[in-house]
Ligand binder design. Structure first.
Ligand SMILES: *Cc1c(COP(=O)(O)O)cnc(C)c1O
Length: 429
């Protein structure tokens, strides 16, 4: 075993963390283990247990060391951990495919299993490209709204918010797509945004292969909730002009915003749906792209004659088996009621933050609770202040938020919201 000091020293000198500097890294916490909704951390003072307010970037919806999920992995491990998916198939992939087709909006019954959210967005964009390549014209643009986040590989980055830093950094390398303004926040008037968006769309209509969106809630782009009517408007624009509709539900899927899919709340069935993050209950990376028979046929009618993507670890059996177990667990509870329970607790617990001078907005949607400051968060100090109150949060930009596991009790939700409000007050006033 590496000593605590050696472990942190090696980590600091050799390991990149997400969006981190190798030369001036931010502090990291060592996790010893995780169980239920608690992470056991090694701190300078010794081991401590904290409540996880993040679901490990929104994945661990059932918490950690979940007996049913552990059992699914162990059981599958006894058969095989991996086989190639080229020319072979297996029970976990077929079971997962069935469950996804059953849960997805009707008509989305063709499934491509990918290794991560970003890769699923790559695949969705390639599908849209190929589907239009059939008529020999080709449509080279994607249409989206500002403020979105679709992943870190190049194609997803090219439709992620252009003002978020990545675009200027990679200018000249990223393809240029078409960005409408971010839709107004829920409850604000839409008319002006609609007419500007329509005018912009019409300028590019013949070139647009697809509209790509995070329906209802933009996640990593700023936890921005917007009106279902804006989603319907964009989908209608796309269809009037022969473009496909891609929903990136990697963050919003599996009940996070209160319905199985944000698409359900919008009353729109997309042509292509990307899912990831919570798909395996946070156990291991896996994502999926679902589409219709019509799009699949259009893809096959392209010059390639097939969908041109095939990851080495496509449909990894361990990942599929744990995803099946996770979807079974989700189905065993009335999630509409459960998410409403979490929403009520986040709403009530975060409300006092409205009285803080540093706070610009407090909002909740489903199992998402957000405190938005007027200035960037002092991430290091707010993280420490929350840890001191027994809670793990990971703020970004001007946001301190929670996306707790769905199994979090009222008492633990109270611990989370109290820690967030008090940490913000202590550090930012
Ligand atoms: C996290 C996320 C992605 C990227 O998924 P990775 O698994 O990190 O590649 C894409 N789109 C949305 C909406 C996300 O929240």
């Amino acid at each position: 075993m590496t000593s605590y000091d050696d472990l942190l020293a090696f980590d600091r000198d050799h390991l990149w963390h997400p969006y981190s500097s190798m030369t001036a890294p931010s502090p990291v916490q060592q996790v010893l283990s995780a169980r239920g909704v608690r992470l056991r951390l090694q701190r300078d003072s010794g081991p401590v247990e904290v409540v996880d307010a993040m679901s490990s970037w929104w994945c661990a919806i059932h918490g950690y060391a979940v007996p049913e999920l552990d059992a699914a992995v162990v059981d599958q491990l006894g058969r095989m951990s991996h086989v190639m998916f080229g020319g072979l198939t297996h029970e976990p992939a077929v079971q997962l495919g069935r469950r996804l087709v059953d849960l997805a909006p009707a008509g989305l019954d063709k499934v491509f299993l990918a290794d991560s959210g970003s890769v699923s967005v790559e695949v969705a964009m390639k599908m849209a490209w190929q589907a239009h390549a059939r008529d020999g014209i080709g449509r080279t643009k994607f249409f989206t709204v500002r403020g979105g986040y679709h992943g870190d590989t190049f194609s997803p980055m090219s439709v992620t918010d252009p003002d978020g830093g990545m675009h200027s950094l990679y200018a000249g390398f990223l393809p240029e797509h078409v960005f409408a303004d971010r839709p107004p926040a829920t409850g604000e008037p839409l008319e002006e945004w609609k007419s500007a968006t329509q005018a912009l769309f019409e300028q590019h209509a013949d070139d647009v292969a697809a509209v790509i969106l995070e329906p209802l809630l933009q996640g990593a782009g700023g936890m921005h909730a917007y009106d279902p009517e804006a989603v319907r408007f964009l989908a209608t624009l796309a269809r009037e002009h022969g473009a496909l509709v891609i929903f990136d539900e990697i963050a919003t899927g599996f009940w996070r915003t209160g319905t199985a899919w944000a698409a359900d709340a919008c009353g729109v069935t997309p042509d292509v749906l990307c899912v990831g993050k919570a798909l395996t209950g946070g156990y291991v990376t896996l994502a999926a792209v679902l589409t219709t028979a019509e799009v699949a046929a259009a893809v096959d009618a392209s010059p390639a004659g097939a969908m041109m993507h095939g990851p080495t670890f496509m449909a990894n059996p361990l990942a599929c088996a744990v995803a099946v177990a996770s979807l079974d667990l989700l189905a065993a509870t009335d999630q509409a009621a459960n998410i409403a329970r979490i929403n009520a607790a986040l709403d009530e617990g975060l409300a006092p933050a409205r009285d803080l001078g540093s706070v610009a907005d407090v909002r909740t949607l489903g199992a998402v609770g957000v405190v938005e400051l007027g200035t960037p968060v002092d991430v290091r100090r707010v993280t420490e202040a929350a840890l001191a109150r027994g809670v793990w949060v990971r703020p970004f930009r001007n946001l301190v938020y929670s996306m707790p596991p769905y199994v979090t009790s009222e008492e633990d939700l109270r611990t989370i919201t109290t820690a967030i409000v008090e940490a913000v007050e202590e550090v930012h006033g």
